[in-house]
Write a protein that binds this ligand. Sequence first.
Ligand SMILES: [Zn+2]
Length: 127
Amino acid sequence: MRILCPQCQAAYDVPERLIAGGRLLRCVKCRHEWREEAEAPPPPAPEPAPEPEPPRPVPPPIPAQHRAHQPIDPPRPSRRPGLALAAAWAASALALAGLATALLAYQAPITAAWPPAARLYVLLGKA
Ligand SMILES: [Zn+2]
């Protein structure tokens, strides 16, 4: 900031941070001493209202001749929804049965490899 000596009007450029909170200054020309108070900081400016976002440009409509030529078929209703569901249930039951069969068929190696499995067979009454 620019500071003028009150006595001889000599001008000095002083960084504002050096006189923040007030500082005793002495003019090098006339030896006058005075206390310079930092200028009161300007009141905080109110936050500028956020500018509304500019509307995004809407992409131009696609000319009709560039659109996909194949009309989209509406999804066809499944003819037999019950059949697929029954097949899924059957497959699940088969998988479970296969797993149970394998557990029983390989009881000895399973128990040998993983001793806690013996408790499972005890629960199943197969021990
Ligand atoms: Zn002076």
